[in-house]
Design a binder for this molecule. Structure first.
Ligand SMILES: Cc1ncc(COP(=O)(O)O)c(C=O)c1O
Length: 411
C-alpha cells in the first residue's frame, strides 16, 4: 500500500511550498521511530511529567448499578493538563527539539489540545501561537485563559462556522509563511501524512498500558473497548492495544448532537450525511453537501465538533473492525450525571459519549464479561457548558454576582 494511505483513505495533499517542510518532518519522524532510545525518552518524560502510566480503574459501583459487564475506565483524565492530548504534544515536542525548531503553532477545538501545546511549549521553551474558532473561544473561555497565562498567543478565527475546521485552515496558512522555524503540532490523527500515523504512534501508549492492565486485573482480554471519536486520536490510542485481538470488539462513539437524523451533529461514520472527500490535506469521510461544501457541525462537546474523521478509522470502519455509534447531547448529560453520582468521576463531555454507549450495552452483557471505556479527559474544563445544560440555579447566581462585581469595578 502507498505510504500514508489506509485502504483508500489518507494521503498528503499539500501545497507545493510545504513539500520540503513535510519531507523534513517525515525524516525526523522516521528517524525517531527507528530509534528505540527515542521511545524510551518519551515514556520516561510521560512518566515524569504526565503521571503515566495512567490507572485502569474498576468502576465497581457503575457495574453493579447496571448489573451487566464489569466496567473498567482508562484514566486519561489523570494526565497532566487533564486529557490524552498531552501524549501527542509531548511526543511532538521531542521531535521539534530534534528538528531544532523554536516556534510551534496549533489548532484547537475544545481547547484541550491548545492548553496541552501551550504547556509543552512552556516546558521546552518554544514560542507558541494557537488558532481557535471564535465560537470555541466563547465556549471554552477557561482554556483560553490558561493558554494565555502559559505564554501562548491565542488567535480567534472568524472564518466559516468559526470552529475546529476553520482553525486548522488558519494554522496551515501560518505554517506556509514560517516554515523555517515553525512546527505545526496537529492535534489529532487527521491531516496529511505523516500526522495520522505519527499521532497514532504517540497515542498508542494508552493501548499498550491498557492491554497490560486489563490482563493483570481481569486475567484476559476485554470483550469491548469504547472510545469517543472526534478526529480519532484517543480512540486510535486505546484501540491499538487490541487491534490484533479478534475477540475484542472496538466501538467508536461519535457526536450525535441533537440526533443523527437532524442537521445538528458531527457523526461521519454513523448516519448518512458524510461522503468521501479530500480536504485539509487528506482523504476521508467528511460531512458535506452534494456540491462537496463542508457542512456545519454541532456537538455539546467542542472536541467532537469536527467535519472529518481519521483516515485510519475510516479504513477500520469500512473493514468492519471498528463499529461506530453516536450519542446525543441529552444522553451525554445523563451519562455524566450517572458516572459522577456512582463513581465520583467527572468525565469530559467528549469522553461522556463513550460512557453513553457503554451504559447502553453493559446491562445486556454477562457479569463475567469486561469492557473498557477510554476516559479521554476530565470534565472540569466543561463547567460552564455543563452548569448551563443542567440549568443550575446556584451556578447562575454565582455568575450574575461576579458579573455585577465586575460591572461595579468598571464604573
Ligand atoms: C477530552 C477530549 N476527548 C476527546 C477529544 C476528541 O479528540 P480525539 O478524537 O482526537 O481524541 C478531545 C478534543 O479536543 C478532548 O479534549
Amino acid at each position: 500500500m502507498k505510504k500514508g494511505y489506509f485502504g483508500q483513505w489518507g494521503g498528503a495533499f499539500i501545497p507545493e511550498v510545504l513539500h520540503q517542510t513535510f519531507e523534513e518532518l517525515n525524516r525526523a519522524y522516521e528517524d525517531a521511530r527507528a530509534d528505540a532510545n527515542f521511545w524510551k525518552e518519551y515514556v520516561a518524560l510521560m512518566g515524569n511529567y504526565s503521571c503515566r502510566p495512567t490507572p485502569l480503574t474498576f468502576a465497581e459501583n457503575l457495574s453493579d448499578h447496571l448489573g451487566g459487564a464489569r466496567i473498567y475506565i482508562k484514566r486519561e483524565d489523570l494526565n497532566h493538563t487533564g486529557a490524552h492530548k498531552a501524549n501527542n504534544v509531548m511526543g511532538q515536542g521531542l521531535l521539534v527539539r530534534r528538528m531544532g525548531k523554536k516556534r510551534v503553532i496549533a489548532e484547537t477545538g475544545a481547547g484541550q489540545h491548545g492548553v496541552a501545546t501551550a504547556t509543552m511549549a512552556a516546558r521546552f521553551g518554544f514560542e507558541c501561537t494557537i488558532y481557535m474558532g471564535e465560537e470555541d473561544v466563547a465556549r471554552q473561555r477557561p482554556n483560553v485563559f490558561w493558554m494565555e497565562k502559559l505564554g501562548a498567543t491565542v488567535i480567534p478565527v472568524t472564518d466559516g462556522a468559526r470552529t475546529l475546521k476553520d482553525a486548522i485552515n488558519e494554522a496551515f496558512r501560518d505554517w506556509v509563511t514560517r516554515m523555517d522555524d515553525t512546527h505545526y503540532v496537529l492535534g489529532t490523527v487527521c491531516g496529511p501524512h505523516p500526522f495520522p500515523e505519527m499521532v497514532a504512534w504517540f497515542q498508542s501508549i494508552i493501548g499498550q498500558e491498557a492491554r497490560k492492565q486489563i490482563l493483570a486485573q481481569h486475567g484476559r482480554m476485554p470483550d469491548r473497548v469504547y472510545a469517543c471519536v472526534g478526529g480519532g486520536s484517543n480512540a486510535m490510542g486505546i484501540f491499538q492495544g487490541f487491534l490484533d485481538e479478534d475477540v475484542v470488539e472496538l466501538v467508536g462513539v461519535e457526536a450525535g448532537g441533537k440526533g443523527v437524523d437532524t442537521d445538528m451533529h458531527a457523526a461521519r461514520m454513523k448516519g448518512d450525511r458524510a461522503a468521501p472527500g479530500v480536504a485539509q490535506g487528506y482523504k476521508t469521510m467528511f460531512l458535506q453537501d452534494s456540491d462537496g461544501q463542508m457542512l456545519d457541525t454541532h456537538s455539546i462537546a467542542a472536541g467532537l465538533d469536527y467535519v472529518g474523521i481519521s483516515p485510519i478509522l475510516a479504513d477500520l470502519g469500512e473493514k468492519g473492525r471498528v463499529r461506530f455509534e453516536a450519542a446525543t447531547d441529552e444522553e451525554v448529560m445523563e451519562a455524566l450525571s450517572l458516572t459522577m453520582r456512582t463513581e465520583g468521576i467527572i468525565p469530559a463531555l467528549e469522553s461522556a459519549h463513550a460512557f453513553v454507549q457503554a451504559i447502553r450495552e453493559a446491562p445486556s452483557m454477562g457479569r463475567d464479561q469486561a469492557i473498557i471505556i477510554n476516559m479521554s479527559g476530565r470534565g472540569d474544563k466543561d463547567i460552564f457548558t455543563i452548569a448551563h445544560a443542567f440549568d443550575d440555579p446556584s451556578w447562575k447566581e454565582f455568575i450574575i454576582g461576579r458579573a455585577e462585581e465586575y460591572k461595579k469595578d468598571r464604573s
